[in-house]
Design a protein around this ligand. Structure first.
Ligand code: 9MR
Length: 380
């Protein structure tokens, strides 16, 4: 929390500086940029962040870059720090994009997230091929060592482990579990703490509104605390829909983790507006629905979002943020999973090639009704 206040003061200062020197000629309207922003609106409540892609990090998508700088005070790399990109071959690291990502956050006084050290998806191929358990473990240790040391004092929070539980609360039978055994989560948290004792250490997962899965994470938190293992917070991936989870279910998540003694961050917020006839929830990337590709029933708004749906989305965001403000003492950060609808992963999941509208900015980088509604949420 101390860090949070410092960073927010710094980023307010930075906003004024940016205001003075560079507001001409961005495509974001000046009233939108400087009279109000998401970060000023929720100042002292929680960090407000966005996941950013490589084009934004490298400055190729300047409009996105401007939105991020003007509106958000926290960033998460959507893909650029994932294992397959950062260590594609044994001990061959490519830090180019990651370094620029971190620099962007430092330049703009942001709360910088490292996502993610240990995750079974987007892993390098050589890890799948490593059959020797000792060798596997030393690759994991080397990976964490190199990343956490390199960004010590710069990356504020690490998603140390991502998506390690199944829906029924059992540990996922992942490559990490198979090679390192059931204590691997605690083991890597301890290592991350040793390497950067100041960094916030987060466990991140989806579907935590479902009690079985949430309880498993709570048990893990309790075990860590009993053993003196640092865990700063739980990242609740918020890949949600217009009708699920209910506000009560979200509130329960906040209460339960608060009682367990960790902060809550809503780490991957986006609201799908497209049909979900299979009641598919969360973000299990292995679910494949390719047989529905090209089916117009599954892609009902290929040209634009009808007003009534845009309003539903706006009201849904309004309700969610009202709840977040109500519990802002327990919430560290709220991060959108992307900046504009144009590049949202939800255009391609669970069916490729759809047109989805899950975020606060549209395909031409304009703020949507949902953005305005979020700013209408009272903060005092
Ligand atoms: O948004 C990311 C997308 O570009 C990648 O193709 C995908 C690969 O699995 O990962 C997406 O981000 C995921 C995040 O890292 C962890 N939680 C689920 C997110 C959506 O899949």
């Amino acid at each position: 929390m101390k860090k949070k206040t410092n960073r927010i003061i710094f980023s307010s200062y930075f906003l004024i500086v940016i205001c003075l020197f560079s507001c001409v000629n961005t495509n974001v309207s000046s009233s939108q940029t400087f009279t109000k922003s998401l970060k000023s609106h929720f100042e002292n409540k929680f960090f407000i962040g966005a996941a950013i892609n490589e084009s934004t990090i490298l400055g190729k998508d300047d409009k996105s870059y401007q939105i991020v700088n003007n509106q958000f005070n926290s960033i998460t790399p959507e893909n650029s720090l994932k294992w397959m990109y950062i260590q594609p071959k044994p001990n061959q690291f490519d830090f180019n994009t990651a370094d620029q990502y971190v620099q962007m956050g430092l330049d703009n006084g942001m709360y910088i997230i490292g996502h993610a050290l240990v995750w079974h998806a987007q892993l390098a191929e050589f890890m799948q091929e490593t059959k020797n358990k000792n060798e596997f473990r030393s690759h994991v240790e080397n990976h964490i060592n190199r990343l956490v040391k390199r960004y010590k004092g710069k990356i504020d929070a690490w998603d140390v482990v991502n998506e390690a539980f199944e829906e029924d609360g059992k540990l996922r039978n992942s490559i990490f579990y198979k090679n390192m055994g059931e204590n691997y989560i605690e083991e890597v948290f301890k290592l991350a703490e040793k390497l950067d004792p100041e960094a916030d250490l987060i466990y991140n997962d989806y579907n935590l509104y479902k009690p079985k899965k949430r309880n498993a994470v709570i048990e893990m938190v309790k075990q860590f605390k009993a053993n003196g293992t640092k865990i700063s917070g739980v990242g609740v991936q918020a890949h949600w829909g217009l009708n699920y989870p209910t506000i009560d279910e979200i509130e329960q998540i906040i209460y339960d983790f608060h009682i367990a003694g960790v902060s809550v961050s809503f780490t991957e917020l986006d609201i799908s507006v497209l049909p979900n006839p299979w009641e598919l929830v969360g973000a299990e990337v292995n679910q494949n629905f390719s047989k529905f590709e090209g089916d117009p029933k599954m892609n009902p708004y290929p040209d634009n979002l009808p007003n009534e749906v845009a309003l539903k989305l706006a009201n849904r965001y309004y309700d969610i943020f009202r709840l977040f403000v109500k519990h802002s003492d327990k919430i560290e950060r709220v991060t959108f999973w992307g900046v504009t609808d144009k590049y949202s992963w939800l255009n391609d999941w669970p069916i490729k090639g759809r047109i989805n509208y899950p975020l606060l900015y549209d395909r031409s980088y304009k703020s949507k009704e949902a953005y305005r509604k979020v700013l209408q949420v009272k903060t005092n």
